[in-house]
Design a protein around this ligand. Structure first.
Ligand code: XMP
Length: 523
């Protein structure tokens, strides 16, 4: 699905990015309202923005203050373009300043939850309570709106906390409607989208149809290959491409032997059953194990696993190319929108995801990329997977690192240690599911401290076994994380079962470190 093709069938909202983390959240919320949104840098000329035929524009918040030297300006001519525009936080201040309002550094900063008083409902606050809680983060305050604007809300220290000019369809809010702490934030965004005339027509059913068409026209009658990792992104990408071009797609699943219990089988059986995909399974576990023999350094393990993966994939790709001749032109990748935004929105080959281990293919194996998920966020990819009928075990799978259990064994990786860890990990996952907590937990690594032994007692005997570490975390994006407060009874069941059922593990400990300072994985 190219961004261009989406624009033709759906209304598009451009989110002008003054600071990436804000822009992504705004874009996601707009999409929750079933309107397609695309993030563009604030340096993009207005003519280029208008070429995307936006139905509305949102100016994001950002870390700068409008008075700082080098603060990013509003793109020249934007307010004259006649496109309904909403400014948020920094975007609001930049709008107020640009159009002649009074904006100044304030003695009192507002950070966090703040009480907002509606003075005139206007369009954005229509039907909302006179007093409500919003999320603020600013030092600069607007004290008088530009000519033509009416003030719709204030706070104790911001005389203009929301304003609008209905004639020009320009709107501004000092608070962040995109964050969950703003009580009625989503309604405010909905009101803006409605005022701008955006249709809520961006739905999963439409996305599937649209993407299938886009893949068909890109690939034509040529062949494509896709490396399945067992993770959700590659699975959804493959399922979508399969729906578009059927048996012209061949998937390769390299089983490196470092997956969790049952996962390889899930790809081989359930995924194939759900999609009918043509799958080539390569059991390369012995090869990976011998390459990892005696290696304890985490980065060394990663390098070896990455290298072996490329080699195995390359060999299989070559076999498929040989079998089908010149016509294998495309490589399917599960690149997601955050990767596209964070790498500057670039297209094509430069974007191959190195950590998915299919970067670095040799020169003579050149493919064009098919990236059907490059406009989607992770949660949208999961919903798309459901729409495509994939098993929920695959769609809702926790993020899992490419090097797999190889970096969850502290010490050298052996088949026996992998088997131990797989059993302990399976118990932890089973109990989490049984407690109905799967979707509350971002990731739940179980880590085997293979070089540590401690004394225990089981039955009448002394044991001298290994500990495992439970590392359940909550997170939004894996950049930061907190240790998950699992209920004690769940922890207890996991501990009892692991020590009873997995010989050689006689101790279970819980990691209560946030990220930072810890990372999610132990290696
Ligand atoms: P850390 O441990 O850095 O992990 O907090 C952040 C996220 O990245 C995943 N991770 C990896 N994913 N290859 C991957 O594909 C890797 O080498 C790798 N290392 C960590 C980790 O599981 C978490 O989601």
């Amino acid at each position: 699905m190219s961004v261009e093709s989406v624009e033709q069938s759906f209304d598009t909202v451009l989110v002008v990015d003054f600071g990436a983390q804000y822009a992504q959240l705004i874009a996601r919320r707009v999409r929750e309202c079933h309107v397609f949104s695309e993030i563009v840098p604030s340096t993009m000329p207005v003519a280029e923005m208008l070429a995307k035929r936006p139905k509305a524009i949102i100016l994001s918040g950002g870390p700068a203050s409008v008075y700082e030297p080098g603060a990013p300006p509003v793109p020249d001519g934007l307010f004259k373009a006649g496109v309904p525009t909403l400014g948020i936080c920094y975007g609001f201040q930049a709008m107020a300043r640009e159009l002649g309002g009074m904006v100044a550094n304030s003695d009192i900063a507002e950070y966090g939850r703040t009480d907002l008083t509606v003075v005139d409902e206007g369009t954005l606050l229509a039907g909302l309570p006179a007093e409500q809680s919003v999320w603020m983060s600013h030092r600069v305050t607007c004290s008088a709106p530009p000519a033509g604007f009416m003030v719709t809300a204030r706070t104790a220290s911001a005389p203009v906390a929301a304003m609008e000019d209905p004639a020009r369809r320009l709107y501004g809010v000092q608070f962040h409607p995109e964050v969950m702490h703003t009580e009625h934030g989503l309604t405010v965004l909905r009101h803006f989208l409605a005022a701008a005339g955006c249709r809520p027509s961006w739905t999963m059913v439409n996305i599937v149809e649209e993407s299938v068409e886009a893949v068909r026209s890109q690939v034509g009658d040529k062949r494509a290959i896709c490396a399945l990792s067992g993770g959700v992104d590659s699975a959804v990408a493959a399922a979508l491409v399969q729906r578009a071009i059927g048996s012209q797609l061949t998937c390769v699943f390299v089983d490196h032997g470092l997956l969790r219990k049952g996962e390889a089988l899930q790809v081989e059986k359930d995924f194939v059953a759900a999609t009918g995909v043509d799958l080539k399974v390569v059991d390369a576990s012995s090869r990976f194990l011998s390459a990892l023999d005696g290696v304890t350094d985490p980065e060394e393990k990663r390098k070896i696993i990455g290298r072996e993966f490329i080699r195995v994939f390359e060999e299989s790709a070559r076999e498929i190319v040989d079998a089908h001749g010149e016509a294998v032109e495309f490589l399917v990748q599960g690149t997601l929108y955050p990767d596209v935004v964070e790498s500057g929105g670039g297209t094509g080959a430069a974007n191959i995801k190195s950590h998915h281990n299919v970067g670095g293919l040799p020169e003579d194996l050149k493919f064009s990329l098919v990236e059907p998920l490059r406009t989607l966020f992770k949660d949208e990819v999961r919903r798309l997977g459901e729409e495509l009928g994939l098993p929920s075990e695959i769609v809702w799978r926790q993020p899992f690192p490419g090097p797999g259990l190889g970096i969850r064994i502290i010490g050298a990786v052996t088949r026996e240690r992998l088997d131990l860890l797989r059993e302990a990990d399976a118990i932890a996952r089973e109990e989490l599911t049984r407690a109905g907590l799967d979707r509350d937990i971002w990731q739940f690594p179980v880590v085997l401290l293979a070089d540590v032994r401690s004394v225990g007692v089981q039955g009448d005997g002394r044991t001298y076994g290994h500990p495992v570490v439970l590392r359940p975390v909550t997170s939004e994006d894996a950049m930061t994380a907190d240790w998950a407060r699992l209920p004690n009874e769940v922890l207890q069941r996991i501990s009892t079962r692991i020590t009873n059922e997995v010989a050689e593990i006689n101790r279970v400990v819980v990691d209560i470190t946030s990220k930072p300072p810890g990372t999610i994985e132990w290696e």
